[in-house]
Design a protein. Structure first.
Length: 135
């Protein structure tokens, strides 16, 4: 009997209420990554204000992924981030990824008040990483 092995090869299906994240091109610069994070934050803000905190899943996932790329992008030549500030970017971006993950968990569980508290912390961290964009 060879029917059981096929099940293990199929990728897990998304829950019906989860939209597939829109595949934005990977940012090539620190400024592009920050801009994408800001755009996802606006989308989350709109969803929260509309009472649709559960709809924030794709944006939260994108912010987590983008946050993890910031340290490397900040280190790049011509990133606009002063070399002595890269450590601060690394800490803020790591904190943003963790806070966004907490936000995401609360949102998925329908804990709107808790999600909003995490979102407020995310806003502050995005201000920090945005402060290093030159221009």
């Amino acid at each position: 009997v060879m029917t059981g092995w096929m099940i293990m090869l199929t990728p897990p299906l998304r829950a019906a209420d989860e939209k597939a994240p829109a595949a934005a091109p990977a940012p090539k610069t620190y400024a592009e990554a920050v801009k994408q994070i800001q755009d996802h934050m606006k989308s989350i803000d709109t969803a929260i204000k509309a009472g649709k905190v559960k709809d924030t899943h794709p944006d939260a996932e994108a912010i987590i992924t983008l946050s993890k790329s910031l340290g490397e992008l900040a280190l790049a030549d011509k990133s606009g981030v002063a070399k002595d500030k890269v450590k601060e970017v690394n800490k803020a971006s790591k904190d943003l990824a963790e806070m966004t993950d907490s936000f995401h968990d609360a949102a998925d569980e329908g804990k709107t008040d808790e999600a909003k508290k995490h979102y407020d912390h995310m806003v502050e961290l995005v201000k920090t990483i945005s402060g290093y964009v030159k221009g």
